[in-house]
Design a protein around this ligand. Structure first.
Ligand code: GAR
Length: 210
């Protein structure tokens, strides 16, 4: 099993879905460490309750982004982490950190990328008037929300939707999609190659396709 570290900043519901999925005996990854940049993140309590090791790397204690990222890297290396999942992690990582983990770091973003990058994707979707919205699991590259796509899920935008209603419909799909995306990468069925995601034979089955 691949040793996975999760980076969070807040609630940690996606983290919890990964922890739960990884409890299945045949899941190809184990969640070995959860790191938060916010000491008060609710996700830390959830991780501890599930028996997962946690660490706090408070970005406010570091003079520069590079120092913060170096501390993150040390925490993951000391725990023998092989793959990182960003799960509601709300800090921009330095190019150096991203390059060091290229092909070994995933993110989930609540939109059908490349649409609606950055903050408030649900608000952006409502303003654009799209009828279909969703979420994306992708490899992390230096440019924000721009890495090669591993998996996506779609939801309808319904008449009368508020930002909150849309967010919660997407979140339910995130909780299904992230465990699937991580399993593909951990099992070597999806990998980053030459700036693209390459899917191995058999990944159709893992994706639930005929
Ligand atoms: C999730 O919707 C996640 O996709 C999003 O923040 C939420 C975190 O919720 N991430 C981003 O916007 C990343 N830029 P969670 O802490 O309950 O997983």
């Amino acid at each position: 099993k691949k040793r996975v570290g999760i980076l969070i900043s807040g609630r940690g519901s996606n983290m919890a879905s990964l922890i739960e999925a990884a409890q299945a005996p045949d899941y190809p990854a184990e969640i070995a460490l959860v790191v938060s940049n916010r000491p008060g993140a609710a996700g830390l309590v959830r991780a501890q309750a599930a028996g997962v090791a946690t660490a706090i790397v408070d970005h406010r204690l570091f003079p520069a982004r590079a120092d913060f990222d170096a501390a993150l890297g040390r925490a993951f290396e000391e725990a023998g982490i092989e793959l990182i999942c960003l799960a509601g992690f709300m800090r921009i990582l330095t190019d150096g950190f991203v390059q060091a983990w290229l092909g070994r770091m995933l993110n989930i973003h609540p939109s059908l990328l490349p649409l609606f990058k950055g903050l408030h994707p649900h608000r952006q979707a409502l303003e654009a008037g799209v009828r279909i919205h969703g979420c994306t699991v992708h490899f992390v590259v230096p440019e924000l929300d721009s890495g090669p796509i591993v998996a996506q899920a779609a939801v309808p935008v319904l008449p009368g939707d508020t930002e909150e209603m849309l967010a919660s419909r997407v979140l339910a799909e995130e909780h299904r999609l992230y465990p699937l995306g991580l399993s593909l990468v951990a099992a070597g069925q999806a990998r980053l190659e030459g700036g693209r995601t390459v899917f191995a034979n058999g990944s159709r089955t893992a994706l639930g396709l005929a």
